[in-house]
Write a protein that binds this ligand. Structure first.
Ligand code: NDP
Ligand code: AKG
Length: 428
């Protein structure tokens, strides 16, 4: 495995960094590997704007609760801001900014004509009825109406939101505008302009990244064991595809813990978060594990595909997987990244691995603008092509400059962003 020559001092993460702090530290480190104006790097440490809104909701018992929502818009030099909306109790401004920075790099790594955005509401979606979720979402769309739009900022699903959330969001925005505007969000159901394959796409790209990494390091997928933390849109689809392609998925988890079978689970029979949340531990399996233990399992490929900051300075020494593929956004802290690098454990970064979601969102946006619908086969073929191109661009940097996969992906992204800024004349 290649390693980076970065000389940065690394403090252990006694207190876990926010997504924003991690994103800035990763950017500073990657900047040492690429010839980009310091002023551009300084600009990229900050978002263009962060919209904070109050979202009142009348609960079913007649009481009123006011939730806080955000939309962070990081950079749009390459195109409209693009990125998901997350419903989770820990959503806050710094998290949205950090996640929006990762979206800017992700779109650039995939060479999509988008910048980076991310938003959400600090709410536990499991505490809401469907009717409450619909009203909350419609009010959120109303509050964000001046900052979003198909050529301005295009939200999509993320943790805690799904195709139905996007349908309500699109309907509320269209009602405000007086016309149907499918391209204001992506990740919608296909019947109203959504793309086939979008729901599965981040899991599909994560599986493709895992397959390519296994091959790159000289192994065969048929002899590969896999553990997946999180069994939602990303984790479940990645696990099911890797199983289809011959790998042995030995452990999967949801918020309550993991099931483990060293001989392999029948992943297709386990309900996903979307089909039935918190169902993993109800399945028959020889062993159950905690969400900490699944990260330390002796497997070939570990896919953290739930929340951020799960591989930390405290457990990175105990990660025994040969390859980590980041299905979630920001699952590895900056300090843990360095420990894994020193231990020669390659980490295929989120901004490459889970980029299938935004890539198929781009396909959906094209379909909406052109009022056309692509077949599932076409979507999957084009996604495979885009992923292999991006994989190759990043692999070249890994091989030529002996960078980590994360630094290499940043180099690809930053070079494209800096070139766009220089060409547009936005900096200096
Ligand atoms: N959806 C998308 O398009 C994309 C998502 N991502 C990222 O992937 C990650 C997962 O998102 P997504 O799959 O959409 O989310 P989902 O809401 O579909 O699923 C999340 C899964 O993670 C589990 N989970 C929640 N909290 C924890 C925890 N603390 N420890 C272990 N498991 C947990 C949930 O369990 P339970 O079912 O019990 O609630 C569920 O199985 C996020 O980081 C997201 O930002 C990245 C690219 C695109
Ligand atoms: O599909 C999109 O626009 C964004 C998906 C997303 O939020 C992500 O990749 O983290």
């Amino acid at each position: 495995m290649s390693s980076s020559s970065s000389q940065q001092e690394v403090e252990p993460d006694e207190e876990l960094d926010s997504a924003l702090v991690t994103a800035r530290r990763q950017l500073e480190r990657a900047a040492t590997h690429v010839d980009v104006d310091d002023g551009v790097i300084e600009r990229l440490k900050h978002p263009t704007r962060v919209e904070q809104v109050s979202v009142p909701l009348e609960r079913e018992d007649g009481s009123v609760e006011v939730f806080t929502g955000y939309r962070a818009q990081h950079d749009d030099v390459r195109g409209p801001y693009k990125g998901g909306l997350r419903y989770h109790p820990e959503v806050n401004a710094d998290e949205c900014i950090g996640l929006s920075m990762w979206m800017t790099w992700k779109c650039a790594v995939m060479d999509l004509p988008f910048g980076g955005g991310k938003g959400g509401i600090a709410v536990d979606p499991k505490s809401l009825s469907d009717e409450e979720t619909e009203r909350l979402t419609r009010r959120f769309a109303e509050e964000l109406r001046y900052v979003i739009g198909p050529t301005r900022d295009v939200p999509a699903p993320d943790m805690g939101t799904d195709a139905q959330t996007m349908a309500w969001f699109m309907d509320a925005y269209s009602m405000q505008q007086g016309e149907t505007i499918p391209g204001v969000v992506t990740g919608k159901p296909p019947v109203i302009g959504g793309s086939y394959g979008r729901e599965e796409a981040p899991g599909r790209s994560t599986a493709i990244a895992a397959r390519e990494a296994v091959d790159y390091y000289g192994h065969d997928l048929e002899d590969t064991t896999v553990a997946v933390q999180g069994f939602g849109s990303v984790g479940a689809n990645a696990a099911r595809l890797l199983e289809d392609w011959g790998a042995t998925v030995v452990a999967v988890s949801d918020v309550n813990g993991a099931i483990y079978d060293p001989n392999g689970l029948d992943v297709s029979s386990i309900p996903t978060h979307d089909e039935e949340p918190e169902a993993v531990l109800e399945q028959n399996a020889p062993e159950t594990l905690s969400n900490e233990e699944i990260l330390e399992l002796d497997v070939d490929v570990l896919i953290p595909a739930a929340v951020g900051n799960v591989i930390t300075a405290d457990n990175a020494e105990h990660v025994t997987a040969e390859i980590v593929v980041e299905g979630a956004n920001g699952p590895t802290t900056f300090a843990a990244d360095t420990i894994l690098e020193e231990r020669d454990v390659p980490v295929i970064p989120d901004i490459l691995a889970n980029a299938g979601g935004v890539t198929v969102s781009y396909f959906e946006w094209l379909q909406d603008i052109n009022r056309r619908q692509w077949s599932l086969e076409r979507v999957n073929e084009e996604l495979e092509e885009h992923m292999l191109d991006a994989w190759d661009d990043v692999r070249q940097e890994v091989d030529e400059k002996e960078l980590t996969w994360r630094d290499a992906a940043y180099v690809v992204a930053l070079s494209r962003i800096a070139e766009a800024k220089a060409t547009r004349g936005l900096w200096p």
